[in-house]
Design a protein around this ligand. Structure first.
Ligand code: ATP
Length: 375
């Protein structure tokens, strides 16, 4: 569908995805690789995104998130693999559709509003070829969606950061793109506004019903706004799933380390129990069957809320408090264990332990813990 024209209803394509009950995949990446010289920024990436879904690429700096976004937008051409948007192959198999001919919207980090256009004119920018009445209706609809009905004649310089972001979103949504791409959408906002705008941006995207891909290195942001999170490591897709799935069942140690403040306890499998440096864990405290690992060493994932520190006499201690982080409602204590390992324990703000305090550390998790074989 060409840009700048009122949309028509397109037939939904059948999806082969089995991750959700939804069936229409709007975006599909199949074996996409992008090399810069000898280095692959993105390698053999396959993924499909359903209609109306909000998927976030999450990963450390340099892992290939922005390159993936640019490949979808058409700003970069893949070295191999195919990209399909709404059933049309836009890259690969001898095709390459230019960015302006893809039905893709982009929301930039810095919002990139036109300073000489007012709010309504900014929003109308991408639909200037629509009939005047359609265009005005669409602008009114979007002003209401983003809650800026009373600001339509303001200039961007008269808006707060959050309001500018609403205008940028409305402008990108105006032509009803098949896919909306958001590049680090909250990085330009101060921390308090960031949390507020996360909820607001999710509401707007969901009300608009648009298929959206966002990119971030902020795990909390990814977990809180997304329907699914795709974790990228060094150009590879490590895991994709619902936020609670990737958080609770990280498939690799990389994903585990990247989500939440992970620590690992060394353990030894003995039949159907695991002896760790702290407690002995029974089968129901551990994820999945252990039978193939009898006698093996494993690393058990523990996050701060899985552990509890209790002051104790030096002779009975598992370790010592080496750092205290005060967060207002709670403390996170870093404990150096006697074997040299380091774990973190989350405690209510009234539990004040001093630096150097000997402590016993107990596993208090009320869910099965993930674990990884030690190579
Ligand atoms: P960040 O969070 O820091 O933005 P990112 O995950 O978005 O990082 P990319 O910008 O996609 O990472 O970069 C992935 C890799 O590809 C990096 O090693 C980067 O140096 C390299 N790269 C990206 N663009 C180019 C380019 N045009 N030429 C050469 N190398 C590039």
């Amino acid at each position: 569908m060409p840009r700048n024209e009122p949309p028509t209803t397109e037939p939904a394509t059948e999806s082969t995805d089995d991750h959700e009950e939804q069936t229409a995949a709007v975006l599909e990446l199949d074996g996409v690789t992008k090399e810069f010289g000898p280095e692959a920024a993105v390698e053999d990436l396959s993924l499909s995104v359903d209609e109306g879904e909000l998927l976030t690429f999450l990963g450390p700096s340099g892992c290939g998130k922005t390159t993936t976004l640019r490949l979808i937008a058409g700003l970069t051409e893949p070295t191999s693999g195919t990209i399909t948007i709404a059933g049309e192959t836009v890259a690969g198999d001898g095709h390459f559709v230019a960015p302006e001919d893809r039905d893709v919207g982009l929301v930039f980090q810095n919002f990139a509003l036109f300073p000489h256009l007012d709010v309504a004119e900014n929003i109308a920018f991408g639909i200037d070829s629509w009939a005047k009445a359609d265009r005005e209706d669409r602008v009114d609809e979007l002003l209401e969606l983003v809650g800026l009905e009373d600001h339509r004649e303001k200039m961007p310089s008269q808006l707060s950061g959050g309001q500018q972001q609403r205008v940028a979103l409305a402008r990108s949504l105006a032509p009803q793109p098949d896919v909306l791409l958001l590049d680090e959408p909250f990085s330009n906002l101060d921390i308090r506004l960031r949390v507020e705008m996360r909820e607001e941006v999710r509401r707007i995207l969901k009300e608009a019903g648009v298929t959206a891909i966002s990119v971030t290195h902020d795990q909390e942001e990814a977990l809180s706004i997304s329907d699914r999170v795709a974790i990228i490591n060094d150009g590879h897709l490590e895991q994709v799933g619902k936020p609670e799935t990737v958080f609770e069942n990280p498939e690799s140690k990389f994903v585990a380390s990247f989500l939440g403040r992970a620590s690992f306890l060394t353990g030894r499998v003995r039949g159907d129990i695991v002896e760790t440096t702290l407690d002995t864990l029974s089968t129901d405290q551990i994820n999945g069957p252990l039978s193939a690992y009898d006698g093996a060493r494993i690393d058990v994932l523990v996050r701060p809320d899985d552990l509890e520190a209790t002051p104790i006499d030096e002779s009975m201690a598992d370790g010592h408090i080496v750092h205290r982080q005060y967060n207002g409602p709670n403390f996170v204590y870093r404990v150096e264990l006697n074997d040299g390992g380091v774990v973190r324990c989350l405690h209510n703000h009234v539990k004040t332990f001093e630096h150097g305090q000997p402590v016993a550390v107990d596993i208090v998790a009320d869910h099965p813990l993930a674990w990884y074989p030690v190579d």
